[in-house]
Ligand binder design. Structure first.
Ligand code: ACO
Length: 428
C-alpha cells in the first residue's frame, strides 16, 4: 500500500496521506480535503471516521479482540483487580506494587462525600432515575472541588481522577439507598474498592454485609470488562465536551448522560426487562426474536449487535462463563439465565442475525451477574458507569495532554431552505 490515497474529482487529483495504525485499520488523513477540493466527507453515524489517535484500547470487531494497553481482556479475568486496570488505563502501564498501594490509599482518602453534597441527596425525589442523580452529582463535584476545574499538570489530573474514581461508588450507593429509603452507609476504609461499594450498598447500621470472595471477584470482573471500549458513544461524548477544555467532572457527567441511552449502556436494563417479560409468559422467546426482526416493530433484541463486533463480543463470552461460575459457587439459580441462553440459541441459529453478524454484546449477560450480586435493576447502568469511568478519564487525559488537540467540531451537509426573506407577522 502506498503512503497516500488519490482522490480524483473532475480534473483535480488530490493526494491524501495515510495514517498507519499499530494494529487494525489505517486511516486516510482528510484534514486538507476541504482546503484542496472544496468538499467535506459525509459519514452520518461516524462509522468510518477516526476522531483521534489513541494508545489506550484496541478493538478488532471482526476477530472479537479487546485489549487494554495491548493486554488481551481475557488476561484480567484470573485474579480480577479493577483498581489495577484503572491505573493501567490512566497511566499507560501496569503499576508496580508500591504504585498500586499508593493509588489505592489515595482512593481511600477520597471516598467520603462533602457533607454539602450528601445533603443534596435529601432534595432529590425518591423515585429519581439513578443515572440522572449520577450525572447531576458528578457535575456538582465541581461545586465542592473547584481546585480541579483547571488541571494542567500530571499531579492535578491524578488527584482529580482519584476523587472521581473513589467518589463515584459512594455517589452510586447513596443514590440507591435514597431510592430504597434506607440510611446512607459511609464508606469503610478497611475495605478494598469493590468490597467497599458492596458494603455501602448492602450493609445496614446494625448488620454488616459480609463480602464473599466470589461476589467481590464478580464485581471486579464486571467493572474491568466495562472499563474502556475506545471511541464508543459515551467516550466520544466525553472527548467532544473535553475538547472545549471543559473540566474533567463536567466531561464525565456528559459521558454518563450518553451512556444512559438504551442503545448504549442502558441496554443492560432493557435486556432484563425483556428476559423478565419472557419469563413471566408475556411473550415467548420465539415471538421476541420474530418481533426483533420485524422492522415495523419497535422491539429490538437488546444485548445483541454492536457497531464494531461482527463476532462474539469477548466481554459477553467472559460474562456468560462468569455467570455460570458465580451461580454454581453461590449454589443459586436464576431462571433468567436459562431464558437468556434460549434466546441466544434462537438468535444465533436465525439467518437474520447470522447474515447481519449480530452476536451477544456486553449487556446481554451483565444484568444477570448484577442480579446475582443483588444490585437492583435500576442501578445496572450506574454500575456500567462506575466501570467505564477510568476509560473516560484516560481518554480525557490523553486528549488533554496532546499539544496538537483542537476543539472537536464536525461539519454538516446543509439541506434546509436556501436564502429566504423574513415575512412580517401581519403578512403571514
Ligand atoms: N435487534 C434486531 N436487529 C438488529 C439489532 C438488534 N439488537 N442490532 C442490529 N440490528 C439490525 C439493524 O436493524 C440493521 O438491519 P438492516 O441491515 O436490515 O437495516 C443491521 O442489524 C445492522 O445494524 P446497524 O443498525 O447498522 O447497527 P449499528 O452499528 O448502527 O447499531 C447497536 C449498533 C446500536 C448496538 C444495535 O446493534 C442495537 O440497537 N442493539 C441493541 C441495543 C444494544 O444492545 N445496545 C448495546 C450495545 S453495546 C454498548 O453500547 C455497551
Amino acid at each position: 500500500m502506498g503512503d497516500t490515497v488519490t482522490v480524483i474529482h473532475g480534473d483535480k487529483r488530490v493526494e491524501l496521506p495515510i495514517v498507519c495504525s499499530a494494529d487494525g485499520d489505517p486511516a486516510i488523513d482528510i484534514s486538507q480535503l476541504r482546503a484542496k477540493t472544496g468538499m467535506i466527507t459525509y459519514d452520518p453515524s461516524l462509522a468510518n471516521t477516526g476522531i483521534c489517535q489513541s494508545g489506550i484500547t484496541f478493538v478488532d470487531g471482526e476477530r472479537g479482540i479487546l485489549r487494554y494497553r495491548g493486554i488481551p481482556i481475557e488476561q484480567f479475568t484470573e485474579k480480577p483487580d479493577f483498581v489495577e486496570v484503572v491505573w493501567l488505563l490512566i497511566f499507560g502501564r501496569l503499576p508496580k506494587r508500591d504504585e498500586l498501594a499508593e493509588f489505592s490509599e489515595l482512593l481511600t482518602e477520597n471516598e467520603l462525600l462533602h457533607e454539602g453534597m450528601k445533603q443534596q441527596f435529601q432534595r432529590i425525589p425518591v423515585d429519581a432515575p439513578p443515572m440522572a442523580i449520577l450525572s447531576a452529582t458528578l457535575t456538582s463535584l465541581a461545586f465542592f472541588h473547584q481546585e480541579f476545574l483547571e488541571v494542567e499538570d500530571k499531579e492535578s489530573i491524578v488527584q482529580a481522577a482519584a476523587r472521581l474514581i473513589s467518589k463515584v461508588r459512594t455517589i452510586a450507593a447513596f443514590a440507591c439507598r435514597r431510592s430504597l429509603g434506607l440510611p446512607f452507609m459511609y464508606p469503610d476504609p478497611k475495605f478494598r474498592y469493590c468490597a467497599n461499594f458492596l458494603h455501602m450498598m448492602f450493609s445496614i447500621p446494625y448488620r454488616q454485609y459480609v463480602v464473599t470472595p466470589e461476589v467481590e471477584d464478580a464485581l471486579n470482573l464486571l467493572f474491568i470488562l466495562h472499563a474502556d471500549h475506545e471511541q464508543n458513544c459515551s467516550t466520544s461524548t466525553v472527548r467532544i465536551v473535553g475538547s472545549a477544555r471543559a473540566n474533567l467532572f463536567a466531561s464525565c457527567a456528559a459521558g454518563v448522560c450518553a451512556l444512559w441511552g438504551p442503545l448504549h449502556g442502558g441496554a443492560n436494563v432493557e435486556v432484563i426487562h425483556m428476559l423478565e417479560r419472557i419469563h413471566a409468559g408475556g411473550i415467548s422467546p420465539e415471538e421476541c426474536v420474530r418481533q426483533a426482526k420485524d422492522k415495523t416493530s419497535p422491539l429490538k433484541l437488546y444485548g445483541f449487535g454492536h457497531r464494531l463486533y461482527r463476532n462474539y463480543d469477548p466481554r459477553a463470552k467472559i460474562l456468560k462463563v462468569a455467570c455460570e461460575r458465580v451461580f454454581a459457587r453461590m449454589n443459586r439459580k436464576d431462571p433468567l439465565l436459562d431464558t437468556a441462553r434460549r434466546l441466544e440459541e434462537l438468535a444465533l441459529a436465525d439467518p437474520y442475525f447470522v447474515d447481519r453478524k449480530l452476536f451477544p454484546n456486553v449487556d446481554f449477560y451483565s444484568g444477570i451477574l448484577l442480579r446475582a450480586i443483588g444490585i437492583p435493576t435500576n442501578m445496572f447502568t450506574v454500575c456500567f458507569a462506575i466501570g467505564r469511568l477510568p476509560g473516560w478519564i484516560a481518554q480525557w487525559k490523553e486528549q488533554h495532554t496532546d499539544p496538537s488537540g483542537k476543539i472537536l467540531r464536525p461539519r454538516q451537509v446543509y439541506v434546509g431552505p436556501t436564502e429566504t426573506n423574513y415575512v412580517p407577522m401581519s403578512q403571514r
